[in-house]
Write a protein that binds this ligand. Structure first.
Ligand SMILES: Cc1cc2nc3c(=O)[nH]c(=O)nc-3n(C[C@H](O)[C@H](O)[C@H](O)COP(=O)(O)OP(=O)(O)OC[C@H]3O[C@@H](n4cnc5c(N)ncnc54)[C@H](O)[C@@H]3O)c2cc1C
Length: 347
């Protein structure tokens, strides 16, 4: 029996009995209300789900390169594009590879040009961030790229709902949360809000307020538990979450773990190295590499903020083996020594 609350019960003396003081929930719930017969186990207001997803992924025009289930929808949407808005989103949570939500926009732009449909498309990047990219050096070039290619960028726009029946996407203005804007779409590429797995984010002693493993940014040792270390996307290391960052962390983790197991202090420090190969088309790439402070940490002695074909081939043809053979087998610890060698004699 589900009783509504509160019950004012004073038994005896002509007052109400328990039975007369309550009613089953099924009798009192307004007819239009949905009764969700499940127990709430936690609240997560920072990671609100997007209304209409994932169902909308089963409808035309909606895809996401962030899911093996829906990545093929992206190319299908491009192939079937007739005319209208092609919208690319960036959520209001930390995400894997902060460049990927806009890389696909540049590729889509070039695909539509190659297929004679570009003049039928309004290409729009709706990002919850207040910047196009977190590092000034690369952001400046990306602003030039979007201007030159006639791509619209709307900052502080956060996707909150997809309405597949009317092919509309609703965005909240994060600077004025009462304001919502609805965009029609012909194509919608969604980068979903992300979190750590529940098994981790529900373990309060291990995580910070956002659910990430709470580690020291230099040593990667847990802030409270000296025998716990973290690496990769599940940690709150304040750098961009990439496989390149993981490579930059591995050597530090190995040295610090060995030190602690030998009864010594963990003295090796991670500088926040991360990298984002910002593919800006079918043959161009800006290879962003930077540290915790947003200072460029470029491997090659050339300006990597420039769009280059060489960097595109490095990304497309060389990096997959670096990942599959090097990183996954524990051999690739980032380009630190190459960088030092290539910058010998340079300031
Ligand atoms: C579209 C896209 C593009 C990207 N592009 C780049 C790029 O160009 N360059 C780059 O460097 N990085 C890129 N990245 C980011 C890169 O893939 C990640 O940063 C990297 O894989 C992080 O590695 P990780 O081991 O920390 O996490 P993950 O690779 O996410 O691995 C976590 C593992 O934990 C497992 N797991 C989850 N829950 C449990 C559980 N309860 N028990 C046991 N196991 C569990 C998962 O199955 C998974 O295998 C991209 C990512 C995406 C999605």
């Amino acid at each position: 029996m589900h009783y509504y609350q509160p019950m004012w019960t004073l038994v005896g003396g002509g007052m109400k009995t328990l039975e007369n003081s309550g009613k089953p929930m099924s009798q009192v719930l307004p007819k239009k209300a949905d009764w969700i017969k499940q127990r709430v186990v936690s609240f997560d207001p920072a990671n609100n789900k997007i209304k209409g997803l994932p169902e909308a992924f089963e409808t035309p025009g909606v895809g996401s390169n962030y899911s093996p289930l829906y990545v093929n929808n992206t190319f299908e949407s491009l192939k079937n594009f007739k005319q209208g808005n092609a919208i690319f989103t960036f959520p209001a949570t930390p995400i894997k590879c902060a460049g990927a939500p806009q890389k696909i926009m540049y590729i889509a732009d070039e695909y539509l040009r190659k297929n004679g449909k570009r003049d039928k498309a309004n290409i729009i990047f709706n990002t919850s961030l207040g910047v196009i990219f977190g590092v000034k050096k690369y952001a400046e070039v990306l602003w030039e790229v979007v201007k030159e290619r006639n791509l619209t960028v709307n900052l502080r726009h956060n996707l909150i709902e997809v309405k597949p029946d009317s092919r509309e996407a609703v965005f909240q203005n994060l600077d004025n949360p009462e304001e919502f804007k609805t965009f029609e779409y012909e194509m919608l590429h969604v980068t979903p809000p992300m979190s750590t797995p529940d098994v981790l984010n529900q373990c309060a002693p291990l995580v910070d307020g956002a659910g990430y493993l709470n580690v020291k940014k230099e040593t990667m040792q847990h802030v409270d538990f000296p025998n716990v270390f973290g690496i990769g996307d599940c940690t709150n290391l304040p750098t961009s979450k990439t496989a390149a960052a993981v490579a930059g962390q591995i050597g530090v983790l190995r040295k610090n773990l060995s030190a602690v197991m030998a009864g010594k202090n963990p003295n090796s420090h991670y500088d926040g190295y991360t990298s984002c190969p910002l593919v800006t088309g079918y043959s161009k790439c800006i290879l962003a590499e930077f540290d915790y402070d947003g200072n460029p940490l470029e491997t090659f002695p050339i300006n990597q903020a420039k769009e280059r074909r060489t960097m595109f081939h490095l990304k497309k043809d060389f990096m997959p083996d670096m990942y599959w053979l090097g990183l996954l087998n524990g051999y690739w610890e980032g380009p630190k020594y190459f960088r030092k060698a290539m910058h010998l004699g340079l300031k």
